[in-house]
Design a protein around this ligand. Structure first.
Ligand code: AQP
Length: 332
């Protein structure tokens, strides 16, 4: 089976709809066809300041949400990044292989640094894409299911894998991004020109999966559309409506064309009311399942321990090969 690897940050507490539709939903599907490794990336989380207690709680919460979304520990390997020290170890090696200028071109860093204030941004935030390179290469992943915002980081991963292979001999699988066109970028409900994001969106434009379902319904009903009334998928001229159609279509498995037909002549109100209901039906059981998993931290921790063990066996093998290739003296 081909292998997939991906991760999600435990920073925000609740996952948002962009995380789910852009990434996690694909993770669930891919565990059926791939040898799948998924992790909660706590090392990435500390690139910006974190409260220790919250970080610990949010790490469990992220794992609980992944299980609630449908990850099955018998079908995939689910673990916490810091439980596998090889990530930091290979991260260092990859740092030494990356040009400063190359790292400086990562647009996500530029965006985030601008948000935090360029001088206050940590060096960790700067090198975080390189840690991500290590995350992926450790598992020899063939594909990396992510949202569009991660495409540049996967490109960097490919470049560094090829560079290492070229310099030291074939060591790493060169991975491909796995980005579904339809859901690659879910947009802010209040500002459909920008991606839905925990740090950039206004509270009304961000759908948190663990919000009270009534709040979620309200956010959908007050989503920004346009002054026209025709329900048509046209991201360029009708970004708000198109975003709603994407969300609706993905959550229900109904094609966009069918939805256009269903809402012909009915206006945006009907579309929003129905989508609000679809959303409530989705988030209500998701919240319940998340609470169930959280209510049994011992089982949750056992799942993560088993995942870490499996992950370490794969990651350790890759790291040992890398250390050998670059000429580190083996420890006796
Ligand atoms: N709006 C989105 N549309 C599609 N995919 C998205 N992803 C994030 N936002 C969207 C994908 O979710 C996965 C996990 O990303 P992350 O760990 O970076 O999660 P996050 O930090 O919560 O994402 P944000 O909200 O985008 O964070 P900030 O605001 O800090 O930048 C990834 O595969 C990502 O592509």
């Amino acid at each position: 089976r081909p292998r997939v690897l991906s991760g999600i940050q435990p920073t925000a507490g609740s996952f948002h709809l962009g995380n789910y539709l852009g990434a996690v939903r694909q993770w669930v599907a891919l565990q059926e066809t791939h040898d799948a490794f998924y992790m909660v990336v706590d090392l990435h989380a500390i690139t910006v300041p974190q409260d220790p207690k919250e970080l610990r709680a949010n790490t469990r919460l992220a794992a609980a949400q992944l299980l609630a979304a449908g990850l099955d520990p018998d079908r995939c390997t689910l673990f916490v990044q810091s439980h596998v020290p090889e990530h930091a170890q290979l991260g260092w090696v990859m740092n030494c292989l990356t040009g400063f200028g190359e790292a400086s071109r990562m647009t996500q860093f530029k965006d985030k640094a601008a948000r935090h204030g360029a001088d206050r941004a940590s060096v960790g935030l700067f090198t975080y894409p390189i840690l991500q390179v290590a995350d992926i290469l450790l598992y020899q992943a063939h594909e990396v299911p992510v949202g569009e915002d991660q495409r540049q980081h996967i490109e960097l991963t490919r470049d560094l894998a090829e560079r290492f292979n070229g310099r030291f001999g074939q060591t790493f699988t060169v991975p491909n991004p796995y980005i579904l066109k339809e859901t690659a970028k879910i947009y802010d409900l209040q500002d459909p020109g920008v991606k839905m994001s925990k740090s950039a969106s206004t509270p009304k434009g961000l759908i948190n999966l663990l919000d009270d379902p009534r709040t979620t319904a309200k956010k959908v009903r007050s989503a920004v559309t346009d002054t026209d009334t025709v329900v048509r998928f046209d991201p360029e001229h009708k970004p708000g409506v198109s975003n709603l159609l994407t969300i609706y279509s993905t959550l229900t498995g109904t094609s966009v064309a069918e939805l256009e037909q269903r809402y012909e002549g009915k206006g945006y109100g009907a579309l929003k009311t129905d989508l609000a209901e679809v959303m409530v039906e989705f988030v209500t059981p998701f919240r319940e399942r998340t609470e169930q998993y959280l209510g049994d931290p011992e089982t949750l921790d056992a799942v993560l321990a088993k995942g870490a063990e499996k992950a370490r066996s794969v990651a350790g093998e890759t790291l040992a090969r890398v250390y050998d290739r670059i000429g580190f003296l083996p420890a006796k």
